[in-house]
Design a protein around this ligand. Structure first.
Ligand SMILES: Cc1cc2nc3c(=O)[nH]c(=O)nc-3n(C[C@H](O)[C@H](O)[C@H](O)COP(=O)(O)OP(=O)(O)OC[C@H]3O[C@@H](n4cnc5c(N)ncnc54)[C@H](O)[C@@H]3O)c2cc1C
Length: 506
């Protein structure tokens, strides 16, 4: 007999219906488990409502606007694109609405999940409360995510500002200007999009480079491109005070490049705060459950168990990465581990190959180590670089900007890491992601037939570049000798000129 919603003991109660919570719910219910899912706000969490989906939809419109602005590249007349700011936002919201049913209460109830709307808090290690309702379970999954960090800048609470939770639904009129506080992926993606939508945008970044998880060369490359598009980028800039001036937001900052100190003021119509994330731990009453946490989030072991082995955490709140795809991957491990009766059958989370992408235009996609990390870890490596304009497809598509850097273990073709700056780099990266995961070397990429003309030929080109690097003068001499021999010429070998192997090509 089926137990009534909320009564009895669940196999799993999940707190948070973002990516991590939804994947655990669907996976466990699909395997026949009894599941309750609690959400205090919108089904779908950040990714659907305030993150990946609306940002990428807006970025797509901004890219189209930019193409019209630079139409002469395709032999068309250049024109200033005509559009209504609010209509662009409506279009973004309508695309989001198309995806929303996947995460809806109706869909999850149809999968057999009991959905509860309200804020969950632990009352003991085996019970949570949602309003007046108490839910009991054998296992719990905390998937409560993160929210925008509001940095402790003097006056910040006295000025209006947007975060990712408000900008997509509450910015109704085109501002003339915007300060974007934070030059990480969210700040750069939205800063570029706003600039393309005609908003005079300034990105303020406390670090010496934007996108600080990438190599400095990559951050600087993107900063130069943004500046060329008219987005002002101020790195090494610490915001010190926010105030209102004539109805506008004034930011006082200290700009400190190379040890110099200059105080500056920036005045803009609006402010977007994209200065990092904080975990949603406060309302969960984790002490009542004996779950340990720190300022970065909930502490978990390799199996994603918290200090209480029957309580798991997944997604942004557990870290160490804060991506939809890592939330999804963790959730799959949690589903399996909850099902397994013994610890020895449980699976450890594997972070050895984690790709990510920043959806600026061009995109910046990354997997494995970058050069900075390789040097910090004292790992010897070889570097192979290919420019995107070396691809015929990129040239004919007028998508010539960018490059790929591939690091291989010194003297071998084993990939240590890849950074790719290109149109659709997030998609192109996956040949390398697969290669890293299954230890496919660059020689095998070179030996794989890639369709011409595609951007995907990048994989083969990198492989070819590696093979050419291996063609040492000694090997080339040996090949030359073989060729001569096959022509019946056996006179002694002539020493090549010193630069005989530095051809024009690869
Ligand atoms: C602007 C932006 C763009 C992004 N773009 C990308 C991208 O392109 N690619 C990518 O991989 N990642 C992107 N991300 C990150 C991605 O959105 C997150 O990694 C992902 O949403 C994490 O999922 P989650 O399930 O851990 O948490 P969330 O999606 O945050 O879900 C947590 C849910 O828990 C609920 N909750 C919290 N506390 C309680 C409680 N006490 N009781 C009940 N419910 C509770 C919240 O309301 C929320 O719905 C982006 C993020 C932002 C902000």
């Amino acid at each position: 007999m089926q137990e009534r919603k909320g009564l009895g003991v669940y196999n799993v109660v999940i707190i948070g219906a973002g990516t991590a919570g939804l994947v655990v719910a669907a996976g466990t219910a699909g395997l026949g488990g009894r599941v309750a899912l609690v959400e205090r706000n919108k089904m779908g969490g950040d990714c659907l409502n305030y993150g990946c989906v609306p940002s990428k939809a807006l970025i797509a419109s901004a890219r189209a606007i930019n193409s019209i602005r630079h139409a002469s590249k395709w032999g068309l007349d250049e024109d200033e694109p005509r559009f209504e700011f609010e209509t662009v936002f409506e279009s973004m919201r309508s695309q989001r609405a198309k995806i929303a049913p996947n995460d809806s209460i109706e869909r999850f109830e149809s999968l057999g999940v009991d959905v509860f709307l309200g804020e969950a808090r632990f009352v003991s290690p085996h019970e949570i409360a949602v309003g007046d309702q108490t839910l009991r379970a054998k296992n719990f999954v905390i998937a409560a995510g993160t929210r925008a960090r509001i940095p402790p800048i003097e006056g910040i609470l006295d000025v209006p500002f947007f975060t990712n939770e408000t900008i997509f639904d509450e910015l109704h009129k085109k501002p003339k200007s915007m300060i974007v506080l934070g030059g990480g992926p969210i700040g750069c993606e939205l800063g570029q999009a706003m600039g393309r939508l005609g908003v005079n945008t300034t990105i303020i970044q406390v670090h010496g480079q934007i996108l600080p998880k990438e190599d400095p060369e990559v951050g600087d490359w993107m900063a130069t491109l943004l500046a060329a598009e008219g987005v002002r980028v101020l790195c090494s800039s610490r915001a010190v005070r926010l105030s209102m001036r004539d109805g506008k937001v004034q930011l006082d900052l200290v700009h400190h490049p190379r040890g110099e100190h200059e105080t500056m003021q920036i005045v803009a119509d609006t402010l977007l705060v994209s200065a990092g994330r904080v975990p949603n731990v406060e309302k969960l009453k984790l002490d009542a459950a004996g779950v340990k946490f720190n300022p970065r989030g909930i502490e978990v072991n390799a199996y994603l168990q918290t200090a209480q082995p029957h309580i798991y955490a997944a997604g942004d709140i557990a870290g160490p990465y804060q991506f939809t795809h890592t939330a999804d991957a963790q959730a799959r491990v949690v589903v399996r581990n909850i099902l397994m009766p013994f610890q020895m059958l449980r699976q450890k989370m594997d972070y050895s190959v984690v790709p990510w992408c920043t959806y600026t235009d061009p995109e910046i996609a990354h997997v494995g180590l970058n050069e900075t990390e390789t040097k910090q870890q004292d790992i010897s490596y070889d570097l192979i670089s290919v420019r995107i304009d070396e691809l015929d497809r990129a040239v004919v598509e007028r998508e010539e900007l960018g490059f790929v850097k591939v690091l291989t273990a010194k003297g071998t073709d084993r990939i240590l890491g890849v950074t790719m700056v290109a149109a659709n780099a997030g998609d192109l990266l996956h040949e390398f992601v697969l290669a890293m995961k299954y230890r496919i070397g660059l020689s095998q990429l070179a030996a794989t037939i890639h369709a011409y003309p595609t951007f995907a030929e990048l994989g083969r080109k990198v492989g070819d570049r590696y093979s050419k690097k291996r063609l040492t003068p000694f090997l080339k001499n040996a090949f030359t000798w073989l060729y001569r021999r096959s022509r019946g010429i056996t006179f002694p070998r002539v020493e090549p000129a010193p630069d005989a192997f530095s051809g024009k090509g690869d």
